[in-house]
Design a binder for this molecule. Structure first.
Ligand code: NAD
Ligand code: MG
Length: 389
């Protein structure tokens, strides 16, 4: 019986994780669940899975959540500290699936408490990869990628001599606007950007997929997780979203991972710690699909990805600054203040500003990461004013 906690249980990854657990109840005990806005779903999930403790990130939702759980023996906490309290409750395996940099401290706390961490929250790796790795090593616990591309990399390099790896390729679907020109991207609205052709995900990552900020984050995530040099990471646009990653070896051989565009595949690989089970997923029928296409991404059309390649070269605190500026820009796109392409303009200007101040090359320590996060958001805010749509 494995004790499980899910940080961000009401989201797309959180609910997919609970779906897998519901199919194998005898092997799992749910310890803690956290959420932010949707407390009805949080309460329902806590009751259904007989959780010991729940937390809502919103302080103001505490009494409503408590009221919903009044007839159940479930501890209720709220606020950032409430989420951290749940992250610390003794669990064997924790899913880190809060969206954004809000997931960093809870994920880190879970590692510190001795849990193996399934990492969907790529932002914590982008902002603080070395800290996450140091903590997992110090505590002797696993850090398991859940992002489909990174789960795929871990699957194809398993059993291989790390020194024989020459490069990894991660794929990008090209998002919702693959076939549009850069000019046609200018007027894209949040509603249009919130639809993805192949994957069903939370709104923020869906928009990041359309702008390729998501792929930029994933390039940095790959570098941190697998200790790759920036030149060893390539991105190819692959519209079918079936090949998630390819490992290239020194002898010219390549190993590709093909899987269904369903996150339960990658979640299960982490949930069962690299063992394979019969999952209720649609089989990929290659004879029906017929053709798999790959092409180099157009960095002119996707300035966010170009930035990502620069940030991964820069290292240090650049990842934390990039992620924070991106989150600020995305908030302003959702508020209709910035245009779709304006997000990359703001992040570019923020990164140039912070780079010129020579503050991004410091050691990646937690305090420095938190400070640069605040600073990058504040600089990005000033550029939002400049790039208002
Ligand atoms: P989502 O928006 O569906 O869910 C996010 C979860 O985080 C919800 O439970 C929400 O209540 C909670 N949350 C939001 N803001 C919070 C805050 N400030 N404090 C605490 N909790 C907060 O997002 P998602 O699509 O499930 O993505 C979650 C993470 O997984 C992201 O980092 C995303 O990049 C990553 N990821 C998602 C997918 C996918 O298919 N959805 C694939 C790969 C990686
Ligand atoms: Mg991904």
């Amino acid at each position: 019986m494995k004790n499980i906690t899910i940080l961000g249980a009401t989201g797309s990854i959180g609910q997919n994780t609970l779906d897998l657990i519901s199919r194998d109840k005898k092997n799992f005990k749910v310890i803690g669940l956290t959420g932010a806005g949707n407390i009805k779903l949080l309460a329902e999930s806590a009751i259904k899975f007989k959780a010991d403790v729940v937390a809502t990130a919103n302080d103001s939702s505490y009494h409503d959540l408590k009221e919903m759980l009044v007839d159940h023996q479930i501890d209720v906490c709220a606020g950032k500290n409430g989420v951290l309290e749940v992250a610390c409750r003794q669990a064997d395996w924790v899913m880190s699936s809060i969206v954004g940099s809000a997931g960093l401290l809870p994920g880190l706390k879970a590692l510190e408490s001795g849990a193996n961490l399934a990492l969907a929250n790529k932002e914590s790796m982008v902002a603080a990869g070395p800290i996450m790795k140091r903590m997992s090593e110090a505590k002797g616990v696993k850090l398991m990628p859940v992002d489909s591309e990174h789960s795929a990399i871990s699957q194809v390099i398993r059993g291989e001599d790390r020194n024989s790896l020459s490069k990894v390729i991660i794929t990008a679907s090209g998002g919702a606007f693959r076939d549009l020109t850069k000019d046609e991207l200018i007027g894209i609205t949040p509603k249009q950007a919130s639809m993805h052709p192949n994957w069903k995900m939370g709104q923020r990552i869906t928009i990041d997929s359309a702008s390729m900020f998501n792929k930029a984050l994933e390039v940095i995530e790959a570098k941190e997780l697998f200790e790759l040099n920036p030149s060893e990471i390539e991105v190819l646009v692959h519209p079918q979203s079936l090949v998630h990653a390819i490992a290239c070896f020194l002898d010219g051989g390549m190993k590709a991972h093909i899987g269904p565009p369903d996150m339960r595949h990658a979640i299960a690989y982490a949930l069962y710690e690299e063992k394979r089970f019969n999952l209720p997923l649609e089989e990929v029928d290659l004879s029906t699909i017929g053709t798999l296409n790959f092409e180099k991404p157009n960095l002119f059309k996707y300035p966010a990805l170009k930035l990502g390649f620069e940030v991964v070269q820069q290292g240090g605190l650049a990842g934390a600054a990039f992620n924070a500026a991106k989150e600020e820009a995305l908030d302003n796109f959702l508020d209709h203040k910035l245009s779709f392409l304006g997000m990359a303009d703001v992040v570019r200007a923020t990164m140039d500003d912070l780079t010129s101040k020579n503050i991004l090359s410091s050691e990646v320590e937690l305090e420095a990461v938190m400070e640069i996060d605040i600073q990058a958001r504040s600089v990005a805010k000033t550029f939002v004013e400049k790039f208002l749509r």
